[in-house]
Design a binder for this molecule. Structure first.
Ligand code: TA6
Length: 297
């Protein structure tokens, strides 16, 4: 069991990386880059719960009603979805986001702070998903925030998986937000039983519940936030699909870990590997990465 003191001693990066017991007594890392950007990552789910820069402030939405407890997923931040996206044979969005990861490495590289966490298959994961794997999640904080997920098949039989970074981007008001880069994209609409649609609007504005999986979406998207006068540019590799989700006011009521009106304060623009699950032979690995950069507009 990793402890804040042992980790601070092991990685000794001073104020650039500290550890403490956070919400629910769960272990968390606090990163600070040379440029003053900050981020927080919980061992629970390798969950990034905060990312802020001096010029923009907090960029992730974390529900004030979020539950920080073993076996639960944290509402907000960047839930790490693996090995399944959405409902299916496993618990929805897989078990990675409710598993305890290990802080594995940490270093400074110029102005960046880079922290990696690992999750390895165990008797517990094999009960749900009978494959041997090693997942490494690397978060790089500097002028931008990067998160990369490397999945290695450490077993002798091939397996297939899906994954996603289910990011809750904080917004001033969902009614004053636009998403650029999806125009012309083919999407599956989860509100109509995954009927196929073509995105006809540019930019995409969200005026009601939305739950769309854009297949083979462009790898560069931008969220503009009129109220907070900022934009967030998202670039991905190895996440061929994108998901846009907001529960709106009615569906929000079904989430005990979302406050009334919480939907106004976030938009999920998710980097996903959904439509074409990766088939990984024994000994092979696959890496997906998302980089987000925030600018004042
Ligand atoms: O990514 C969109 C979605 O799959 C929605 O359908 C909704 O279920 C959302 O994720 C939240 O899922 P969660 O399991 O985190 O409550």
């Amino acid at each position: 069991m990793q402890t804040p003191d042992a980790l601070s001693e092991k990685f000794h990066l001073g104020d650039n990386l500290r550890f403490e017991q956070g919400n629910g007594g769960l272990l968390k890392a606090m990163l600070r880059s040379a440029g003053g950007a900050t981020a927080e990552i919980y061992a629970h789910g390798a969950h990034v719960t905060s990312w802020a820069t001096p010029s923009t402030g907090e960029l992730l939405y974390l529900s004030p009603s979020a539950v920080f407890a073993p076996g639960k997923s944290i509402r907000g931040g960047i839930p790490l979805v693996f090995p399944q996206f959405g409902p299916g044979a496993l618990p929805s969005h897989g078990f990675a986001r409710s598993s305890v990861w290990s802080f594995d490495s940490a270093r400074k590289d110029g102005a960046n702070v880079i922290v990696s966490l690992t999750l390895e298959s165990s008797a517990e994961t094999r009960k749900l998903w009978d494959h041997e794997f090693r997942a490494t999640y690397t978060v790089t904080l500097g002028a931008s925030l990067s998160a990369s997920l490397r999945v290695e098949n450490s077993g002798v039989t091939a397996f297939s998986f899906q994954s996603a970074l289910h990011t809750y981007f904080r917004v001033g008001d969902i009614g004053q937000v636009a998403v650029r880069g999806l125009q012309g994209g083919l999407y599956l609409d989860n509100l109509t039983g995954r009927q196929v649609g073509i995105e006809s609007t540019q930019p995409l504005a969200v005026k009601s519940e939305i739950d769309r999986v854009y297949l083979r979406s462009p790898q560069k998207l931008e969220i503009t936030d009129e109220k907070l006068h900022r934009s967030i540019r998202i670039e991905t590799s190895g996440f061929p699909d994108a998901v846009v989700w907001n529960p709106w006011s009615e569906k929000e009521k079904g989430f005990s870990d979302l406050p009334a009106g919480g939907h106004r304060e976030f938009i999920c623009v998710e980097s996903a590997l959904f439509g074409a699950p990766v088939r990984l032979p024994s000994g092979e690995s696959h890496t997906s990465m998302m980089t987000a950069i925030a600018v004042r507009s």
